[in-house]
Design a protein. Structure first.
Length: 151
């Protein structure tokens, strides 16, 4: 005997508890690790300041600076699968570019860009190229947006 059952599920409601911990950048699932003295953790967030330390007050005008391995990114997860990271520089001046030897496109200072994509399953480091040509004296701010997808 064959019995068929046809049911259309229109709605299902259930209550479950979810716990979310917000931790500092160096303890998160995608870990940000400062490497150079001008990269540090402040209030749990990665802060990079070129030229605001005890040894220097800024960068020279009409110059190009290359800062290798400013910070590293690591997957701090129990899963062993690859994560695809997209890092984008958000700034209005066009002076900040990034690169990583592990990037799919911008692997060196010569081909640094405002956006890199890194397939990550361990640790990768990010470098900066800052070009102050034709930039007026002053303080400039940039942000780096990091988004991740499972590989």
């Amino acid at each position: 005997m064959v019995v068929g059952l046809n049911a259309n599920l229109n709605e299902y409601r259930v209550g479950r508890e979810v716990q979310i911990s917000v931790v500092s950048d160096d303890q998160a699932l995608i870990k940000l690790i400062p490497i150079k003295p001008y990269a540090k953790l402040e209030d749990g967030r990665l802060l990079i300041e070129f030229g605001n330390s005890a040894s220097t007050t800024g960068l020279s005008p009409d110059s190009k600076y290359v800062f290798d391995k400013v910070f590293c990114i690591a997957v701090n997860s129990w899963e062993s699968r690859e994560v695809l990271l997209k890092l984008s520089v958000i700034e209005n001046y066009g002076i900040v570019k990034i690169y990583s030897p592990d990037s799919l496109v911008s692997k060196s200072p010569e081909d640094a860009s405002s956006e890199i994509i890194i397939p990550l399953n361990e640790t990768s480091c990010v470098g900066f190229v800052i070009n102050t040509k034709s930039v007026k004296l002053g303080t400039y701010t940039a942000k780096i947006k990091i988004s991740a997808t499972g590989g």
